[in-house]
Write a protein that binds this ligand. Structure first.
Ligand SMILES: NC(=O)c1ccc[n+]([C@@H]2O[C@H](COP(=O)([O-])OP(=O)(O)OC[C@H]3O[C@@H](n4cnc5c(N)ncnc54)[C@H](O)[C@@H]3O)[C@@H](O)[C@H]2O)c1
Ligand SMILES: O=C(O)C1=N[C@H](C(=O)O)CCC1
Length: 250
């Protein structure tokens, strides 16, 4: 069977360099391009890439995806910083190339995906929910894509269950003291040397709390998810949001 032809964008970055090694090591995949800042996107066409793994930054991702979609190249996107406007733009370009598949995965690690699922499941049983994400200080965006997605999923679960607004008697606060508000869920961002990617979901009810915590300790934690995304996106046209869609979680 012929190998899937894969390119990595952001190939010299922290996660991109790990992704290059993971693709090279996979027997069913062939790394046909490894591009960094300033490299020409036309190389993807010349190299006949079938799938691009996009691991750059919020300033570059939209242009890169626009190029891929227009040229019929599927994409697995780890780059964060997504907004409703950006998603709408991507939907528009995908509508013109309906055969192309794009996976946006706020987090490729299985533990982080499960954290989101567990938090979503637990959300309606507790009066209070807050999210704390902790990352390395070189990260460009806050809150993290994972935390934003976690909060959105929690908020949707609470809305569906008809949960009451969270109790909070705060009347005066320094700017930022109560975190960012993502669909009504407070999200707090820590940037600390020595960390990679970590998240806690704190849930509180009468006389009890539940903490769901995940730690990515090395970029290798993201690789099985990236490889799964590459293999599945080629047969999944349109936009898929979240790796959980490829994990058969039931
Ligand atoms: N989804 C996940 O599981 C996951 C995990 C880790 C990181 N991330 C995200 O991936 C992105 C990259 O993270 P990082 O820590 O590796 O950052 P990084 O800064 O180390 O790497 C980004 C790389 O992209 C390059 N780049 C910039 N513009 C480019 C362009 N137009 N074309 C090609 N390359 C370009 C940069 O030179 C750099 O080498 C971030 O958005 C981060 O949030 C996602
Ligand atoms: O290192 C990063 O940057 C990460 N970004 C993702 C996010 O914003 O959620 C995933 C974890 C690592």
């Amino acid at each position: 069977m012929s190998k899937l032809r894969v390119a990595v964008l952001g190939a010299k970055g922290r996660i991109g360099s790990e992704a290059v090694r993971a693709v090279e090591a996979a027997e069913d995949l062939e790394l046909v391009a490894a591009l960094g800042r300033g490299d020409k996107l036309e190389t993807l066409v010349e190299a006949e890439a079938q799938v691009v793994v996009e691991l750059t930054n919020p300033g570059a991702v939209m242009g890169n995806l626009d190029f891929c979609v227009r040229h019929g190249i599927h994409a697995v996107v780890g780059t964060t910083g997504w907004t409703d406007d950006r998603l709408a733009q991507l939907h528009t370009s995908l509508a013109a190339s309906p055969e192309v598949g794009v996976l946006i995965a706020p987090n490729f690690s299985i533990g982080a995906v499960l954290t989101m699922q567990f938090a979503q499941q637990a959300a309606r049983f507790f009066e209070s929910v807050e999210v704390i994400e902790l990352h390395h200080p070189n990260k460009a965006d806050a809150p993290s894509g994972t935390a934003a997605r976690t909060a959105q999923l929690i908020a949707a679960a609470r809305k569906e269950a008809g949960s009451a607004p969270q109790p909070d008697a705060t009347t005066t606060a320094l700017d930022g003291a109560r975190g960012a508000d993502v669909d009504g869920i407070p999200v707090h961002s820590v940037r600390l040397r020595g960390l990679l990617a970590h998240q806690e979901v704190l849930l509180g009810g009468e006389g009890e709390t539940l903490t769901i915590r995940h730690d990515s300790l090395h970029h290798s934690s993201f690789m099985p998810g990236i490889l799964l995304g590459v293999r599945r996106v080629v047969t999944t046209p349109g936009l898929t949001m979240g790796l959980e869609n490829f994990l058969d979680l039931g």
